[in-house]
Every structure is written in C-alpha cells, then in structure tokens.
Design a protein around this ligand. Structure first.
Ligand SMILES: C[S@@+](CC[C@H](N)C(=O)[O-])C[C@H]1O[C@@H](n2cnc3c(N)ncnc32)[C@H](O)[C@@H]1O
Length: 277
C-alpha cells in the first residue's frame, strides 16, 4: 500500500495538510498548466484596483506558494499585500521568493482570520482556488465581506463546471488525461489531484456560487471566464461590499457574443444543464 492510500482520500478540512505534502512540486505543476499565471493576473485586473494600489491594503486568501500574491503585486504594485495560508509548507515556498517589504505572509486558517490577527478594513480580497476547499463556505464569505471597506471588491477565482455538461466533460478529460497522471509522476501521489477533479465536479455552478456570494452580502456581482482550455471552467466571480447596507442584488448579465471573448460574462454559452443536479 502506498503512503498516499494509507492516508485515505483528501477531504475539504484536510486540504491544507495535503498541500503541505505537495508544496515542493506545486510551482512546477502549475507552470505546466498553460495560462495559469496569466488568468490570475486577469482576475486581478478585473478587480479594477486604482492607482497601482497606492494606499490600499489587500488580502490574498489561500495564497499558497504565492502565485496569486504575485498576480496581486503585478496589478497593484504599490499596495500593502497580506497573503494567508494554512499550509506551512506552501507558505515556506512563498517566503523563499523575493518580495518587496510591502508583502507579508501569515500562517493561519482563513475560516478564522481574526484569530490570526487579520482584521479589517481591507480594500480588496483575492481568493484564488480557495472557496471550494473551505468547510464552512457561507460563514467564510460573510467573514470576508465584513473585512472589506464599503465598496471594496472581492475576486473569487475558481473552477465552476456544474452548470455545463461540456465544461464537466472537458474538465474530466483534462484531469484524467493530464493532471492526475502528471501529478502522480511528479509527486508520487495522485490523491490531491483526484480530490481536485472530484471537488470541482461537486462544487457550485456559476449560478449557485453567485447566489452564495449575494447571500453573504456582496453586491454588483459579475462573472467572467478566461481563455484557453479553461474557458467556461475557470471563472472570476467579482463582487463588492455595498457602499451602504442595502440588500445585495445579483447583476449577472449575459452576452450575445459566442465563447471567444474572455472579457465577456460567463453565461449563457457555458450553461446547458440546470443547476443543483
Ligand atoms: C490550489 S492552492 C491555490 C494557491 C494560490 N492561491 C494560487 O492561486 O496558486 C489552495 C491553497 O488554499 C489553502 N487553503 C485551503 N483551505 C484553507 C484554509 N481553510 N485556510 C487557509 N488556507 C487554506 C491551501 O493550503 C492551498 O495553499
């Protein structure tokens, strides 16, 4: 029996521990994923952070080895940026890189940020490939909402395939054809990559995640996909803490253009199945 099978399948609450075991190979694996870093930078640009981020305090929740932190830094080089992650090994990889003094990293669970000294207000939050892995997603999103200043943006950068049969088929083909075998070859264990496949299939569709963000209090919700094989698979879910305490509204719009424009809103081409199946 391999060490990974002895550990058993990865579960949501154990995700940071699993990342500890994969931290040394994480950067190489994501570098082999075309568009990974550019898509993160695209999401940061969509946040519309003004003035190179001068005077802003930004959070990168689930920062991992710092790929998303680097994207935030690229889009807002003059901001103060705090990356938070519960995996000590992923953070160790992040800290090994060269950062300006305006970037710092905090080890802790994003489901309990105050315990780790992360108190608002913040001027923007990026959560890349994080929300799917959280145990109490609604409570966590409400917490992120409370940490933001009124009118400040959140960008949830995440896989979401549940609303689209085509997206689910492409996702499954890429996972079993490339990601899982490559993960096994590079790390000796496919556990985390099988979890990735499964957790994405089980996670919210575009509609459900948008509604979840609205229920947490976010306003001005917009969803856009990215180009490449990840089109209609990876999305930027943008929201904003309302400027006042009015109830949140969903402003998800559809577009006429076919799925060639990554700046277009994600539906309707990605949607061909009802949600909640
Ligand atoms: C797929 S990685 C993404 C890393 C980075 N954001 C990126 O875009 O490359 C997900 C990260 O979220 C972290 N994570 C998962 N659940 C967490 C939690 N509850 N608190 C803090 N970090 C968490 C994991 O440890 C892992 O480093």
């Amino acid at each position: 029996m391999s060490p990974s099978s002895k550990r058993g399948p990865v579960e949501r609450g154990g995700v940071p521990r699993s990342f500890d075991a994969h931290a040394r190979t994480y950067d190489k694996l994501v570098a082999a994923n075309p568009g990974y870093h550019e898509h993160l930078r695209m999401t940061v640009r969509r946040m519309g952070l003004p003035n190179r981020g001068a005077g802003l305090r930004l959070l990168d929740l689930g920062c991992g080895t710092g790929a998303s932190t680097a994207a935030l830094l690229d889009g807002a080089p003059d901001a103060q940026i705090t990356g938070v992650d519960a995996s000590a090994e992923m953070l160790a990889q992040a800290r090994r890189k060269t950062w300006p003094t305006s970037v710092r990293f905090v080890h802790g669970n994003v489901e309990n940020l105050a315990m780790n000294g992360i108190v608002g207000p913040y001027d923007g939050i990026l959560a890349a490939y994080l929300v799917r892995n959280l145990v109490h997603r609604d409570a966590a999103l409400r917490q992120f909402h409370r940490l933001l200043r009124p009118d400040a943006p959140i960008a949830v950068h995440e896989y979401s395939v549940r609303d689209s049969l085509r997206s689910r088929v492409v996702w499954t083909a890429v996972c079993w054809g490339v990601i899982i075998p490559m993960g096994k070859i590079r790390t000796g264990s496919a556990d985390l990559y099988r979890y990735l496949w499964r957790s994405v299939l089980q996670f919210d569709g575009v509609g459900a995640l948008t509604e979840r963000m609205a229920a947490a209090g976010f306003d001005d919700l917009r969803v856009q996909t990215v180009p490449g094989w990840q089109q209609h698979i990876v999305h930027t879910f943008l929201g904003r803490r309302p400027a006042t305490d009015e109830p949140a509204r969903i402003a998800l719009r559809s577009v006429d253009a076919p799925d060639v424009d990554p700046e277009a809103m994600t539906p309707p081409e990605g949607i061909d199945m009802p949600t909640g199946t």
